[in-house]
Design a protein around this ligand. Structure first.
Ligand SMILES: Nc1ncnc2c1ncn2[C@@H]1O[C@H](COP(=O)(O)OP(=O)(O)OP(=O)(O)O)[C@@H](O)[C@H]1O
Ligand SMILES: [Mg+2]
Length: 234
C-alpha cells in the first residue's frame, strides 16, 4: 500500500501542494483529477523524488520508499527513438540492474509478449502505433519490478480505440496487485479505470471518493462545476 500524509511542497514562496494525504491499496487504481495547474503532475514528481517536498510522510508497505520502488510511465511515453522495442525494454535491466544482455533480453521479451507485442520486438518507435508505444513504455517500466505504478496522462495522445486498449492494460496490471496512481485530464478514462478519485484544487485534495460516487454525486461546488464544464455530470 502507498500511503502519503500531510505532503506539502513549496516552490519559492508559492505553496504548490498543501496537506496532501491519501492512500492507494494493493490492487487499487486511483486517479488524480483537477484543473490545469492544480498540482497533479507535482504530486507524481514529488513521489518519485523529482520535486522536493517541504513536509510530509510517504511510505510503501509501511517502509520508507527506496529508489526503484516507483515505476513512472511519463507523459508521451518518451521511448528511446533510436532503439527497437526490445532494446527500449532491456536497456534499464542492463544499465541499472547489471543484467547480462542475454538475461535482459529474456525478461524484456517475456514482458513485451505479455503486452501482445511479440511481433513488434524489432520495431523502432516510429513504426509503432500510439497504443503500441504506450504499451512498450509500460513494459519498460514494469520490467524493473516497481512496487507502485504511476502514470502521467496515459491516454492523452491516443484515439478512443487505443485508449480502451491502454485502459484494459492498466486494469490488468492493477488487478495483479500493484497500487496504481494516475494523473489524467481525461475524465472518461478516470471513470473507467479507477476505483477512487482524488480531486485536486489549488494543491489540496478537496474530494477523496469512490469513483462512481464522485461522478454521480460530487460534494463540492468546485467538483460540480468542473464536471459540468467538462460536460461530464450525470
Ligand atoms: N518548477 C516550477 N517552478 C514554479 N512553479 C511551478 C513549477 N512546477 C510547477 N509549478 C506551478 O505549480 C502549479 C502546479 O503545477 P502542475 O504541473 O503540478 O499542475 P497540473 O495539475 O499537472 O496541471 P496541468 O493539468 O496543466 O498539467 C502550477 O501553478 C505551476 O505553475
Ligand atoms: Mg500536469
Amino acid at each position: 500500500m502507498l500511503e502519503v500524509s500531510d505532503m506539502h511542497c513549496k516552490i519559492g514562496a508559492h505553496e504548490i501542494l498543501a496537506d496532501v494525504s491519501f492512500s492507494v491499496s494493493t490492487g487499487e487504481v486511483a486517479a488524480i483529477i483537477g484543473g490545469s495547474g492544480a498540482g497533479k503532475t507535482t504530486i507524481i514528481r514529488a513521489l518519485c523524488g523529482l520535486q522536493k517536498i517541504s513536509n510530509g510522510r510517504i511510505s510503501i508497505d509501511s517502509h520508507e520508499p527506496k529508489r526503484g520502488d516507483y515505476g513512472l510511465v511519463p507523459q508521451g511515453c518518451c521511448l528511446f527513438e533510436h532503439m527497437t522495442a526490445l532494446q527500449n525494454v532491456s536497456y534499464a535491466p542492463m544499465a541499472v540492474l547489471k543484467f547480462s544482455r542475454k538475461k535482459a533480453g529474456e525478461v524484456a521479451r517475456k514482458m513485451l509478449a505479455k503486452f501482445g507485442l511479440e511481433g513488434k520486438m524489432a520495431a523502432y518507435p516510429s513504426g509503432l502505433s500510439g497504443g503500441q508505444k504506450q504499451r512498450v513504455a509500460i513494459a519498460r517500466t514494469l520490467v524493473m519490478n516497481p512496487k507502485v505504478l504511476l502514470f502521467d496522462e496515459p491516454t492523452s495522445a491516443l484515439d478512443p480505440e487505443m485508449t480502451s486498449d491502454v485502459i484494459a492494460t492498466i486494469s490488468d496490471i492493477a488487478a495483479n496487485g500493484m497500487p496504481t496512481l494516475l494523473v489524467t485530464h481525461d475524465l472518461a478514462t478516470a471513470r473507467k479505470v479507477s476505483h477512487r478519485i482524488f480531486f485536486l484544487e489549488h494543491g489540496k485534495i478537496i474530494e477523496n471518493r469512490k469513483t462512481a460516487e464522485f461522478f454521480s454525486n460530487p460534494h463540492t461546488e468546485r467538483a460540480k462545476s468542473f464536471l459540468k464544464n467538462s460536460a461530464y455530470i450525470d
